[in-house]
Design a protein around this ligand. Structure first.
Ligand code: OXD
Ligand code: MN
Length: 656
């Protein structure tokens, strides 16, 4: 009895112990998770040292949401760059390039599913769908927020959360915008260091503004734009990492009303470097509309004539129209001999505002180039090549046997052997490309030999001319000038390129890309046109508008213009028109140069007949153009400003 009672007691005791154990172990993951969150928060707080209360709170909240293993506040120093790039080399994300050939430069290879911006996963979450408009993907902000909270929950497990203070535009510019990007990608940190003003000086500026220690007010003064990014690849304890973590499910999300950006699942380019397309275009276009300035997908180029007068132009082209070439334009020899010089302020984005001097001024909000590598060569763009000799990150290009980079279109013979962008052996006859078509270099803008002395001037540069263009085999002449501002806006609103990629379908059909902003305008495109039209009111000295087309062909498919290297001739006429120093002739479509107004010195073999062909007006092509523009306008009809509809009517009237 006694022993069975004792045994019973023992069994009861063991069962109770077991029950307690199961209870504890059931709760264990929860307890551990809580401890981890606390540890992360404690870590974040101890290292943050920020006196900016809202920033402190946001970082704590995001730490609790994403549960990283640790939090690092980025200071933007060389030591930080060295540490992170070395760590990326160790992890296999980066390959250090041969320091004798490409000092302080690295190659990254992404996974094949993460090689470009994902426009079909890019959302504008304004309150109502019509605020985003028919050219954007809209999602309900509350629903999207709920979806994203689930996605971000625990998404940084096993990783480091980096807090990156950055500024788009020179810190003292009235347009400067401070952002804080939270990311779990070291690749993003080092790219952001090239592409933006980044580091502790930006954080200090934000804190000083919030504490009232700075009196120079910019809009958004004392505030920051929160940019949350995760590659969406949490690591379980002991789980090995991959060299390019990402998630098949991607979301690039903008909340224009609250000025927030959240990006999940991709580590690549414009999906992940949130200062660029997300902040400087989609969110900034909303801010600009409200505060009467313009955030545009434009390069800014400076041209100095032999008399030493400088003219700045901002230029919008759809992709694959030679934007970087124009930004880094080298005048032909005869122009150089005569004393013409060109400089670059920016290659991709311009923020423009009506300055107190009555002119439109522009800054480049970026500090680096995220340029397409394939096709870049000394023969096509020597200034780009000179910009990428050191301190760069290359993504998805080929790796040569001597530790340098290579891509299709680079000068000289292809290497006999290389490692291609997928990490496989490559030879010229293997039937595959060596670099991905969207392979990129990230290069400090300051390394461009033609960088303009004013490229960091907080006051920007005055813009005298705005140029739109596209890739058009027919219809569009080499160059023409708009009659006035509203006609200029019409030219921008209707610009586009013929489709060349089968992916778009309808090869040869014009894909309209208004002001090259189709994927970047953060609100309704019709309202965006109205904003452009309205901006005229705030300017005393209006820039002139032009439309150019380097890509016109004759019936045999031969280019009618000799190429990028000669574009300076067109630019010269535009500049002279801006200053009333060249003749123009009024036509049905705008003002054009006559042959004698156009400089063809040194352009051997280019005759008046060639010029006439490049400039020809073809009535039946323009009638087709008008119909095609009309189709595009119908899609935007609800919000289309009447002024542009009338512009189209006027064009129709001039064609009869
Ligand atoms: C870019 C683009 O990458 O416009 O600049 O797509
Ligand atoms: Mn761009």
């Amino acid at each position: 009895m006694r022993s069975s009672a004792a045994a019973g007691l023992q069994i009861g005791y063991r069962a109770a112990l077991l029950r307690i154990f199961w209870q504890i172990s059931g709760a264990l993951p929860h307890v551990i998770a809580k401890l981890q969150v606390r540890r992360s928060i404690a870590h974040a707080m101890s290292k943050s040292n920020t006196s900016h209360a809202a920033l402190q709170k946001w970082v704590e909240d995001m730490t609790a949401l994403c549960t990283p293993d640790s939090v690092e506040w980025c200071d933007g120093s060389q030591a930080e760059w060295d540490r992170l790039t070395s760590m990326a080399v160790e992890k296999g994300t980066f390959t250090r390039l041969n320091p004798e050939k490409r000092p302080n430069s690295f190659l990254a290879r992404s996974t094949p599913s993460d090689v470009a911006r994902v426009e079909d996963r890019t959302f504008i979450c304004s309150r109502r769908p019509d605020q985003a408009g028919p050219t954007n993907h809209w999602a309900d902000p509350a629903e999207m927020r709920a979806t994203l909270m689930e996605k971000f929950k625990g998404c940084m497990k096993g990783r480091t959360m980096y807090v990156i203070p950055f500024c788009m535009g020179p810190l003292d510019s009235p347009l400067a915008k401070i952002g804080i990007e939270i990311t779990d990608s070291a690749y993003v940190v080092v790219n952001m260091r090239i592409m933006t003003h980044m580091g502790s000086h930006v954080l200090k500026r934000l804190e000083d503004e919030a504490a009232g220690r700075i009196d120079k007010k910019r809009d958004g003064f004392g505030n920051f734009i929160p940019c949350l990014h995760s590659v969406g690849a949490p690591l379980e304890p002991g789980q090995a990492d991959v060299s390019w973590p990402c998630n098949e499910d991607k979301y690039i999300v903008h909340f224009p009303d609250t000025r927030e950006i959240m990006s999940y699942g991709s580590g690549y380019g414009g999906n992940a470097l949130l200062g660029k397309k997300c902040l400087a275009l989609r969110i900034a276009s909303n801010i600009a509309r409200e505060h009467k300035w313009m955030a545009e997908h434009m390069l800014i180029v400076g041209v100095e004539n032999p008399e030493g007068e400088k003219t700045y132009l901002s230029v919008a082209f759809p992709s694959a129209c030679g934007k970087t070439n124009l930004a880094m334009l080298i005048p032909p020899k005869c122009y150089q001999d005569a004393g013409w010089k060109t400089t670059i302020v920016g290659d991709d984005i311009a923020w423009l505002w009506p300055h107190e001097d009555g002119k439109l001024h522009a800054i480049n909000p970026e500090t680096g180039y995220f340029g397409v590598a394939p096709g870049t060569a000394y023969t096509t763009n020597p200034r780009a090549m000179e910009s990428i000799t050191a301190n760069c990150i290359f993504t998805n290009v080929g790796l040569t046997d001597d530790g340098d980079v290579w891509w299709e279109g680079m000068d000289g013979e292809p290497p006999a052997h290389a490692i291609d962008w997928t990490g496989q052996d490559w030879t010229p006859d293997c039937g595959r490309v060596c670099a991905h078509a969207n392979a990129r270099f990230t290069a400090p803008a300051s390394q461009c030999p033609s960088i303009d002395p004013k490229w960091q001037d907080p006051d920007g540069v005055p813009i005298d001319g705005i140029i739109f263009g596209g890739r058009r085999a027919t219809t569009m002449p080499l160059v023409f000038q708009a009659y006035n501002w509203s006609h200029g806006v019409y030219l921008g609103a209707t610009m586009g390129s013929e489709m060349t990629a089968a992916a778009f379908g309808n090869i040869g059909k014009v894909r309209r890309d208004p002001m090259a902003m189709l994927p970047f305008c953060g609100y309704n495109m019709g309202e965006y046109f109205a904003h452009w039209l309205e901006m005229r009111r705030y300017l005393k000295h209006l820039p002139r508008f032009f439309h150019v087309n380097w890509f016109r062909k004759d019936q045999d498919g031969k280019w009618l213009w000799p190429g990028f290297g000669e574009n300076m001739r067109v630019i010269e006429w535009c500049i002279k028109r801006c200053h009333g120093a060249a003749a123009g002739h009024e036509t049905q479509i705008g003002w054009i140069p006559a042959f004698e107004d156009f400089n063809i010195e040194g352009l051997d073999g280019f005759t008046e007949a060639d010029f006439d062909k490049a400039m020809a007006f073809n009535r039946s092509e323009w009638k087709a153009e008008l119909v095609s523009q009309g189709e595009f306008f119908i899609d935007l009809y609800d919000h289309m400003p009447k002024e542009l509809i009338f512009q189209r009517e006027l064009l129709a009237a001039r064609l009869v």
